[in-house]
Design a protein around this ligand. Sequence first.
Ligand SMILES: NC(=O)c1ccc[n+]([C@@H]2O[C@H](COP(=O)([O-])OP(=O)(O)OC[C@H]3O[C@@H](n4cnc5c(N)ncnc54)[C@H](OP(=O)(O)O)[C@@H]3O)[C@@H](O)[C@H]2O)c1
Length: 214
Amino acid sequence: MSIGIIGSGALGSNLARILAKKGIAATISNSRGPASLASLVEELGASIRAGTVEEAASADIVFAAVRWVDAEKVLGRLPNWNGRIVVDGTNPVEFLDPNSPDANDPRNPLAAYGIKAVDLGGKYSSQVIRQYVPGARVVKAFNHLDVNVLPEPEVSAGKRVLFYSGDDAGAKAEVRQIIEATGFFPVDLGTLDVGGQLASLPFGPLAAHNFIKI
Ligand SMILES: NC(=O)c1ccc[n+]([C@@H]2O[C@H](COP(=O)([O-])OP(=O)(O)OC[C@H]3O[C@@H](n4cnc5c(N)ncnc54)[C@H](OP(=O)(O)O)[C@@H]3O)[C@@H](O)[C@H]2O)c1
C-alpha cells in the first residue's frame, strides 16, 4: 500500500512527519516541485521521498492537504482514480490577508484565526471534494486537529483521538490502519454526510477539540 501527500504546508508536512516517525513510506509533493522539499525530506529521513504531484497522486492512498481555494485546481486535473483512496484533510475555509476588511470583520467568528468560512451552498465539504476526484473513495480525516498537536499523537496520558468518516467500509478500514499505525486513537464517525460535518472546521461540534483516549 503506497501513500502520497499533495501539499507540503502546515498539514502536509506534519502528515509526513507523523508517518516518518513510524517509518511509514510516503511521497510528498507541492506546487514548487520536489527540489523545494529537499530540506524537509532530509529532516524526515529515508521513509519520506519528494515527488511531483502526479507521483503522489498515483499512490494507493492520497492525502489532500491543500487549501480549500486550491482544491479544485489541484485535484481536478489529476488522472483516473479507479477506486483509489483520497483522504480529505481539507476544511472549507479561506485564509485571509491580515490587512483585508474580512480579517477585521466583527461578523466573522473566525477572524481571530485569520480565516473565514466558505459558503458551500448547503453542501458538506467532502461532497464538494468528491466531485473533484471522480472514482476515488473519499475518507475525511486528519482535518480536525490543530497541526501543532498533530505531530504528538501519543501523549503521556494516552492517545489523541482522530475522527474519520467515509462512505466506503474498505477505504475506511485502510485509513483506520494508518491512523492506528501513526499512534492515534481512531474513532469512526460514520458516513461523510454525518461524520464529515461533525468534525469539519468551521463549526462542526467535534472539530478542534483535543480528546485523549486514556
Ligand atoms: N493548518 C492547520 O492547522 C490545518 C489543520 C487541519 C486541516 N487543515 C486544512 O489543510 C489544508 C491545507 O492547509 P495548510 O495549513 O497546510 O495550508 P498551507 O500551509 O498553505 O499549505 C498548502 C500546500 O498546498 C500546496 N499547493 C497549493 N497549490 C498547489 C498545486 N497547484 N499543486 C500542488 N500543491 C499545491 C502548497 O504548495 P507550495 O508549498 O509549493 O506553496 C502548500 O504546500 C486546508 O484545507 C486546511 O483547511 C489545516
